[in-house]
Design a binder for this molecule. Structure first.
Ligand code: ADP
Ligand code: MG
Length: 322
């Protein structure tokens, strides 16, 4: 039995989801016999983590987005020598940055959608119409606009024409100073979860949303999305995607837990969208569903993730082992 702090909430746009993930994980940890301390992470995150130092053996992070999934809390836990689950500082901060992730993917022959990066400053100085015109020339339509460092589809919009592209760009700069505009891949959306230190590669899960884009509303409302796991695809395609997911996980330096998202076009080309280092753990979440298809209960998933708790930076690890 361990004393586990479950870190949830946080101050990012994904706070509500995180609270649900945290509640589900806490319940599982208690059922597994651990001593759980629930921590609703707020503005005084530093004070809150310092207070944990003598109280817990490890932290189970269920924070999503900024100041939770992006390496910052991981760095703080490293400094305090509190072991934590999942990826370390560098993998976390690279994975949350979509532009940086794509550099890593491209360098490792993991296919990604064509894209253009845009700074909010360019939009403000040149005007949204001129910037949109240039993007349309490079990428055509439809394209998809994303804030570089957000999650849960916040600020993500599909643009089918110049007007929509202008609206999407103007909306997305409210979320981030750097935007990624990608060619929209028309096809099916799939995801592959990875679990544990080995890691175990879970079956491919297909997401079928009623709205064409798997957005915030679909992600967190029952009935708006259907899931099929294992995805109804050929074994060859499934294996290929699982191999790509494992390569992405390793290339990024992820540890213990990740979920790699893909779009698959009509010719069965896979495009890696992103890698989530702290994927959702709510009742609607994809990792628990994919794990169930592999015969793992929610409690087993939580136990397997908990087993990855340690300090991840080697110097720190030496301290911890001593
Ligand atoms: N290039 C693309 N082509 C088609 N759909 C996309 C593309 N990129 C993203 N999407 C859709 O938008 C959703 C959110 O995009 P994603 O890159 O995963 O950002 P987030 O970090 O917000 O989850 C995806 O789940 C998918 O439905
Ligand atoms: Mg995503």
């Amino acid at each position: 039995m361990s004393r586990v702090a479950v870190l949830m909430g946080g101050t990012s746009g994904e706070r509500e989801v995180s609270l649900k993930s945290g509640a589900a994980v806490s319940e599982a940890l208690e059922a597994l016999g651990h001593d759980v301390l629930i921590v609703d992470v707020g503005e005084d995150v530093v004070g809150q983590m310092v207070a944990l130092q003598d109280k817990v053996d490890m932290a189970f992070i269920t924070l999503h987005g900024r100041l939770g999934e992006d390496g910052t809390i991981q760095g703080l836990l490293e400094l305090l020598a509190i072991p934590y689950i999942g990826s370390g500082v560098m993998a976390s901060s690279m994975a949350i940055d979509k532009a940086m992730s794509k550099l890593i993917f491209r360098a490792n022959a993991i296919p990604v959608a064509e894209d253009v990066m845009v700074k909010a400053r360019e939009i403000r100085t040149l005007g949204v119409a001129r910037v949109a015109e240039g993007i349309a020339r490079d990428l055509g339509f439809p394209s998809i606009v994303k804030p570089n460092c957000e999650g849960s589809t916040l600020g993500v919009m599909i643009a089918r024409n110049s007007q929509e592209l202008e609206t999407a760009l103007a909306g997305a700069i409210e979320y981030d100073d750097l935007l990624l505009v990608e060619r929209c891949i028309e096809g099916r959306e799939m995801t592959v979860g990875l679990l544990g230190d080995e890691p175990r590669v879970l079956p491919v899960l297909e997401v079928v949303s009623q709205k064409g884009i798997y957005d915030y509303e679909c992600k967190y409302n029952k009935g708006m999305t259907e899931y099929q796991v294992p995805a109804p695809i050929s074994e060859e395609l499934a294996r290929g995607m699982q191999r790509l997911a494992l390569r992405a996980h390793i290339a990024m330096g992820c540890e213990g837990l990740s979920r790699v998202d893909f779009m698959v076009d009509a010719r069965e080309n896979c495009y890696c969208l992103e890698i989530n280092t702290i994927p959702g753990m709510t009742e609607f979440s994809l990792i628990p569903k994919a794990a169930a298809a592999a015969g793992l209960s929610f409690n087993q998933v939580v136990e397997e993730i908990l087993a990855t708790a340690r300090l991840k930076i080697s110097g720190g690890k030496r301290c911890y082992e001593r």
